[in-house]
Ligand binder design. Structure first.
Ligand SMILES: [Zn+2]
Length: 100
């Protein structure tokens, strides 16, 4: 098992053979409950001053992060070298966060 920091808070861990797992510590979480999927779901978020727009932006950002992680893991499982994965993740992240 070897873990690689592939940027943007994403950690890719390669197991023996084709196995891999991927984690991220760069989620945009609900300021109240810490969930990355919460959309005014928790009791506290009803009382906080996060706006609907902020909550939507947060969910969109997390959706993009999920897509990038899935892509990175699939590349790893196909045997793409880590350096290439890092580059593609970085470029994709920048493309996705710079779009209007
Ligand atoms: Zn919440």
């Amino acid at each position: 098992m070897k873990s690689h920091d592939i940027g943007h808070g994403i950690i890719l861990t390669m197991g023996v053979g084709a196995g891999s797992c991927i984690e991220c510590n760069n989620w945009d979480e609900c300021p109240s409950c810490g969930s990355r999927t919460c959309y005014f779901d928790c009791d506290l978020s009803q009382l906080m001053d996060e706006t609907e727009q902020d909550a939507r932006d947060r969910l969109v950002a997390n959706g993009k992060m999920s897509a990038i992680m899935s892509m990175a893991q699939n590349m790893a499982n196909k045997g793409v070298p880590i350096d290439t994965i890092k580059e593609v993740v970085d470029e994709t992240y920048n493309d996705m966060t710079n779009e209007v």
